[in-house]
Structure formats: structure tokens, C-alpha cells
Design a protein around this ligand. Structure first.
Ligand code: SAM
Length: 217
């Protein structure tokens, strides 16, 4: 049973229709710019061991994992089957609306690293998701929650829609901590736009990541 952190009000979103409808059409687009994606892939290169079982939760047609690293397996989850089928990094995947059902079809302690990219901002029951991720993660395993400052506003619960970047970092960390994850490590960086614009000082999407470990005992 998850420890509740949010009030009912904070879980509400403008568009309360079924999320599955919103994601019924595949979107073969990048939700984050090249600078952000480059930083994310370098973080994955640094933090994810090559023999890991990786879960890409709230995924799409891309997982941002480094091309040259072969993981033991990469499991994908999302809301659009066509996007997940097109994702070349996934060994298997499943479709599930996490706002209606938080129990994941994965065994206890079966995953080394879980990833969520630009997805946490749509969770209405984040405590139950953080608790479920703890259950499926092996001792000393990690969760990496990454995001920028963009969102589908009508689909984000009030806690996210009303918050600043700093609020988002504190919020993700506090929910993970409340369910038994370690003290969060926070990465907050400004990226530089790719190409000539970046060379001239142009900024890319800001990069935020909250990283926690599952206690070993
Ligand atoms: C902005 S996209 C990011 C996709 C991917 N992580 C990426 O980096 O391109 C948000 C994703 O969150 C997932 N998502 C949103 N609402 C969801 C829900 N209620 N249940 C499960 N997944 C959801 C969908 O899979 C969607 O692709």
C-alpha cells in the first residue's frame, strides 16, 4: 500500500477524459530537443550497467539509450502500441494506462534500472507507481526520472501544471522518498542548442533528472 502524498485536488487535470484516447494516434515526433536528448543519452551511458535489465516506463518509439551498449534486456511500456512496436531498443513491451491501473505485470526484484522520460508529469497516482517500481527493482537498483519544462498542459495534474521546475524536482524526489527509495540525487542543467545556434550561445531544453536507488537491505 503506497503512502499518499498528494491531495485529490493536486491529482486533478483539465482534461479528465481517458488518457488512452489522447494517445490513440501514434506520434512519431521528438518530445524533447536534440540537446536534451544528447544529455539524456550521456547520463544513461554513465549510469546504466551494460548487463542491466532496463524498464523504459511511459515510453514511445525512442528510448534514448546509447546505441553502442547492449543491455541484458529492455522492457518497454506506454500507451500507444504502434509507437512501442517501432521502438528498436525494446525486446518486449506492454500497453497500460497507469492512471487507471498501477500494478505492473513484472516480477518482484526483476529489473535493475527503470527510466521515465517526460512521463511523470502525467501521473495522477505517482505514489503507487513509485511503490510499484520499488517492488519490481532489485536491491541497489535505480530509478531515473527525467524531464524538461514542456508538457501537454491539459493532461498534467494540478501538482505539475502549477509548479516551477524546482517544484517539479522537489515533488518527484519527495514521492520517491516517501515510498522507500533513497535520498534523491538531483541533476538540473541548462543545455546548449545543437549546431551553430548553440555555438553562438543559444540554449536548448533545460535538463532535469531525479535519480534514486533501492536500499540494498
Ligand atoms: C511526452 S511522451 C514521452 C514519451 C517518451 N518517454 C519519450 O521520451 O519520447 C509521454 C508518454 O507518457 C506516456 N503516458 C502518458 N499518460 C499515460 C498514462 N495515463 N498511462 C501510461 N502512460 C502514459 C505515454 O506513453 C506517452 O508516450
Amino acid at each position: 500500500m503506497a503512502v499518499l502524498v498528494l491531495s485529490d485536488e493536486q491529482r486533478r487535470k483539465w482534461d479528465s477524459s481517458d488518457d488512452a484516447l489522447f494517445y490513440s494516434q501514434p506520434r512519431f515526433v521528438h518530445h524533447l530537443d536534440e540537446a536534451f536528448r544528447h544529455r539524456l543519452t550521456s547520463l544513461y551511458r554513465e549510469r546504466i550497467p551494460a548487463d542491466a535489465v532496463v524498464l523504459d516506463l511511459m515510453s514511445s518509439w525512442v528510448s534514448h539509450l546509447p546505441d553502442e551498449v547492449h543491455y541484458q534486456s529492455v522492457i518497454g511500456h506506454g500507451l500507444n502500441a504502434e509507437e512501442l512496436q517501432r521502438n528498436p531498443r525494446l525486446d518486449r513491451h506492454w500497453v497500460q494506462n497507469l492512471n487507471t491501473d498501477q500494478l505492473m505485470p513484472l516480477d518482484d526484484a526483476s529489473v535493475d534500472v527503470s527510466l521515465i522520460v517526460a512521463g511523470w508529469q502525467y501521473l495522477q497516482q505517482p505514489e503507487a507507481i513509485a511503490s510499484e517500481l520499488l517492488r519490481i527493482t532489485r536491491p541497489s537498483g535505480q530509478v531515473l526520472v527525467s524531464f524538461s519544462n514542456r508538457m501537454f498542459f491539459t493532461k498534467a495534474p494540478q501538482i505539475w501544471a502549477d509548479g516551477s521546475d524546482q517544484d517539479h524536482l522537489a515533488y518527484v524526489g519527495s514521492v520517491l522518498l516517501s515510498q522507500g527509495w533513497s535520498e534523491p540525487e538531483v541533476i538540473a542543467e541548462q543545455t546548449r542548442n545543437a549546431g551553430l545556434v548553440g555555438y553562438l550561445g543559444g540554449k536548448g531544453d533545460p535538463f532535469f533528472s531525479v535519480i534514486c536507488h533501492k536500499p540494498s537491505a
